[in-house]
Design a protein around this ligand. Structure first.
Ligand SMILES: [Zn+2]
Ligand SMILES: [Zn+2]
Length: 264
């Protein structure tokens, strides 16, 4: 079995004491690749995931400014993102998007910084990783108008209607720990109707650990639990889900399947 955890925050301080052991457990569990998300603590440090990916051959990186940190972005931030987008280990731009739950940055600033990064992703022909929370309508509208490339709706927790909207926009849906939560029937329905060539799995570790690890620190090895549940939901086998999601990740993020998407 070969699995890809398409969304890890292994730079997080919660892994400082045992990062090597966590990575060893992931490899032992069949996770052959991880995409390290580079948003970290926000600008000016944009290279936190690149540092990890340079150390481990089975890791690729993203770069980007999380919507929480949008107000920390300056013209220098975008200039640096442009330069880093060409780094051989950078597979995607993200996680970028809109978060109206916390509103850590003003919404108009979040939208402007999101748009700017769509532009950078298009210039670099990289796919995007979207974080959206309580901002679905604005996210769909903005992406619908300005982006026609590939990308990932990370930690997809919408229903089947929202899944269709994201799929119509050309996105892959990455399912994580929430898929395993007892009350998440709507998310499982979304996972059921997603075409097999648009499916991805992720942990978003250290957050959102799947059942039976719920409430604990999440880690990439636990992506197996997500894939197992996804297989159950889709009447498929774990091996089939692993093959599909790994193939999808490779096409989208490693072989330039994203095209050049910005039309804003
Ligand atoms: Zn996120
Ligand atoms: Zn994340």
């Amino acid at each position: 079995m070969r699995l890809v955890d398409s969304h890890v925050h292994l730079d997080d301080g919660k892994f400082d004491a045992d990062r090597e052991a966590v990575i060893e457990r992931a490899l032992a569990a069949g996770v052959e690749r991880m995409m390290a998300i580079g948003t970290g603590s926000g600008p000016p440090d944009l290279e936190t995931a690149i540092r990890l990916a340079e150390r481990y051959p089975f890791m690729v990186a993203t770069i980007g400014v999380h919507p929480h940190d949008a107000s920390k972005a300056t013209p220098e931030t975008f200039e640096r993102l442009r330069e880093l987008a060409g780094h051989p280990k950078v597979a995607a731009i993200g996680e970028i998007g809109l978060d109206y739950h916390y509103d850590f940055s003003p919404r108009d600033v979040q939208r402007a910084v999101f748009l700017k990064q769509l532009e950078i992703a298009a210039e670099a022909s990289k796919p995007i990783v979207i974080h959206t929370r309580e901002a679905w309508a604005d996210t769909v509208e903005l992406v619908g108008e300005c982006w026609h490339g590939g990308g990932i709706m990370h930690c997809f927790t919408g229903d089947s209607q929202q899944a269709r909207e994201a799929l119509d926009l050309g996105f892959h849906l990455a399912f994580g720990g929430v898929l395993t939560f007892p009350k998440a029937e709507a998310v499982r329905e979304a996972a059921r109707i997603t075409p097999e060539d648009r499916l991805l799995v992720e942990t978003d570790c250290p957050y959102l650990a799947p059942v039976p690890h719920r409430g604990k620190r999440n880690e990439p090895a636990f992506v197996v639990e997500v894939a197992r549940r996804l297989a159950e939901v889709r009447g498929s086998t774990l091996d089939e889900i692993a093959g599909q999601t790994t193939g999808n990740f490779e096409r989208l993020c490693l072989r330039g399947g994203a095209g050049n998407g910005y039309t804003g």
